[in-house]
Design a protein around this ligand. Sequence first.
Ligand code: NCD
Length: 304
Amino acid sequence: MRHLMNPLDFSVEELDKLFDLANNIEANPAKYAHACEGKKLATCFYEPSTRTRLSFEAAMLNLGGQVLGFSDAASSSASKGESVSDTIRIISCYADICAMRHPKEGAPMVAAERSGIPVINAGDGGHQHPTQTLTDLLTIRSLKGRLGGFTVGLCGDLKFGRTVHSLINALIRYDDIHFIFISPPELKVPDYITDMLTERGIIYREVIRLEDCMPDLDLLYMTRVQRERFFNEEDYVRLKDFYILDKAKLSDAKSDMLILHPLPRVNEISIEVDDDPRAVYFKQAQYGVYVRMALILTLLGIDV
Ligand code: NCD
């Protein structure tokens, strides 16, 4: 039985197969419409989510399966003090596969150790968000035709952003990736990540202003300043509008740069940017459904 805790749980070759399957699903949805008939996906979300939970549910429904679960710790037995280990043992009796989001780093891993069914980490605290990374990689591969040879700018909350941490880990397996980290000093990418990049000889640069690197970027990954991970409101208010990507800032950008965002967006991308052909964040959300369909099929060992 296989779980997905970290994007690196799949080799580059396995990811290629997964993305081929996702592209095939995109081109040919009817072929997969009954692939998971009789199967159930449990979504156990101890932290709020719109996209991740609903895209998992949409993915399973598109495959002809069914879904059950909870979207809030308060409405689960966690509120009575039940451990994730016990919860997953119970969920294993009700469903065939589980997607779990938890505010504590490592909670889905603890669950996986006790689980009788595949567990997918749907985001654990500030740690990892592997299915968002699969979504990001599929979007880049589908729209650019490759995953190597890019200068990637990651902008915003690089300290708490689990999507950023997962994506960096995943991208360094491809050739010729350079990073530019764009953040205020308080929200810098953690040292363990920059140390790892230095150790591996991967080129990166840290800047404070978007304008300082815009012309260099092939991909710009914007992120939200995450209010829920701040210890005090004052710091959040001071930093929340540090970056606002608008048309004027894009005037220096490459004509084929992609603008990605895991969403939800707050103020960091002005809505006037949405119509720019480089803005692909809504397309990205659609790719999130295809890649989760491919992942469910792969973890359940279903061949269509
Ligand atoms: C991200 C998350 O939950 O980490 N969103 C998502 O899954 N699409 C980013 C965020 O909440 O800002």
